[in-house]
Design a protein around this ligand. Structure first.
Ligand SMILES: [Ca+2]
Ligand SMILES: [Ca+2]
Ligand SMILES: [Ca+2]
Ligand SMILES: [Ca+2]
Length: 426
């Protein structure tokens, strides 16, 4: 199937409505994934005379003939045309850490694509796929992430209805998830190469989406959490735990980027999970929750400076049965921050906050919540003033709209999305 640009339209074409665009995008992405899935699973092939060893360590190499013979071309960047190798590539070797997608037409178009995994090793096109891809490729795109190699943009496409700005005058408990203070919820995406992207959820006139690089190297962090402003400057902030167990505070600059980090403290590796939960104690300062490996839930009261006062127990035990905590803000409509917890049995539980650092009787939310699909809580996404939750499913992110009374409506697939392996979104 031809690869179609997700959510993009040709100049002069009328813009499809969002639902239609989303369905088209889903169809294109799913079809692409299906075609890739049949091609990707080919195991590296041993070359009879080991000609594949001609390709140096750490390199991606194209060969003119089958069995890794003839002229060799080392590919280290995307090639919109292949020159002498156009329609004459008969074998390839990937010894590099790059992802690659080969296309049958120039400029990354064509009816068939081949996804080559990092360190995939040799693939002899003259013998694989019944020869259907032999001497067929005219362009190749390489990238450090699967998503960028497949889709062409380094960040995940994500945009919402342009009218989803939040109403002015929301109570503090509802004001979070907006990193650039434009009244709309944003996402952060950590790609599998360690790059952190700010995604404002805004589409350009041509339907393309916006992403801005926060920085690289974020793979050194074992958890990232955020929930509004923690140091009183009105700008949303970020917390990150590194592999040594140190927790860092990254003050938001109000534009999707972050200022110089501050060390919160060490020893956080004893925590199985950290959740920036909002103001749970009712003093107007946002707090942190952490559950330890023994199943206890600890509350770290925010001091309004980005760090925390002495912790106290919020839940005595049993939290080990939970797979994920999420902080949705106020879902019950009483102005107090609540907590969500997803268990290992496909249930999502709402723990209503009592405003004193503890929770009332939990309530099971509708729908099934599989273990491999995270709950994303960035507050009010659609601009009705009520906290929503999101969940990526295959190639779209679905919104479960909060009803402001402690429950949620059915999933609405009204956002474009490209899921990818090892991507984390918050
Ligand atoms: Ca925003
Ligand atoms: Ca702040
Ligand atoms: Ca509440
Ligand atoms: Ca909402």
């Amino acid at each position: 199937m031809p690869r179609t640009s997700r959510g993009r339209r040709a100049p002069g074409a009328s813009r499809p409505n969002r639902r239609t665009a989303a369905r088209r995008a889903l169809g294109a992405a799913a079809a692409l994934a299906a075609s890739l899935a049949t091609l990707v699973t080919v195991a590296p092939q041993a070359a009879a005379k080991d000609n594949s060893a001609r390709c140096p360590a750490g390199k991606l190499c194209l060969f003119q003939y089958g069995d890794y013979k003839g002229e060799m071309k080392i590919v280290s960047s995307s090639q919109p045309t292949l020159g002498r190798f156009d329609n004459t590539t008969s074998s390839l070797v990937n010894n590099s850490s790059l992802w690659a997608v080969a296309f049958t037409d120039a400029k990354y178009r064509g009816g068939t694509t081949l996804l080559v995994l990092p360190h995939n090793g040799p693939i002899d096109l003259s013998g694989a796929f019944d020869g259907t891809l032999d001497n067929k490729f005219s362009s190749i795109r390489v990238a450090t992430t699967e998503h960028e190699a497949v889709q062409g943009t380094p960040w995940m496409d994500w945009s919402r209805d342009p009218e989803s700005a939040r109403p002015a005058g929301l109570p503090a408990v509802s004001r979070f998830g907006d990193l650039d203070n434009d009244g709309r919820a944003d996402l952060l995406e950590r790609a599998d190469d360690g790059r952190l992207w700010f995604l404002p959820g805004i589409a350009n006139a041509d339907g393309s989406t916006r992403g801005r690089l926060v920085g690289g190297g974020w793979n050194s962090m074992t958890q990232l959490v955020r929930h509004g402003d923690h140091n009183g400057d009105g700008k949303e902030d970020l917390y990150a735990r590194d592999k040594s167990g140190t927790l860092w505070f990254y003050p938001g600059r109000g534009d999707g980027a972050f200022g110089t980090r501050i060390r919160v403290g060490g020893g956080w590796n004893s925590m199985r999970e950290i959740s920036a939960a909002g103001d749970l104690t009712g003093d107007g300062r946002r707090d942190l929750l952490a559950r330890d490996t023994a199943g206890k839930l600890w509350l770290y009261p925010g001091n309004g400076k980005g760090t925390f006062g002495a912790r106290r127990l919020s839940g005595t035990g049993g939290w080990n049965s939970m797979k994920q905590l999420a902080a949705p803000g106020d879902m019950t409509g009483d102005g107090k921050a609540d907590l969500l917890a997803r268990d290992g049995a496909r249930a999502l539980w709402l723990y209503p906050g009592n405003g004193k650092g503890a929770f009332g009787t939990r309530k099971k939310l509708p729908y099934s919540w599989p273990a491999d699909q995270p709950v994303i809580a960035t507050g009010d996404v659609d601009g009705d003033g009520r906290s929503d939750i999101m969940r990526p499913i295959d190639y779209q992110v679905f919104v479960f709209h909060g009803n402001g009374k402690g429950s949620i409506g059915g999933p609405m697939p009204d956002m474009g999305w490209d899921n990818a392996s090892n991507v984390r979104v918050l």
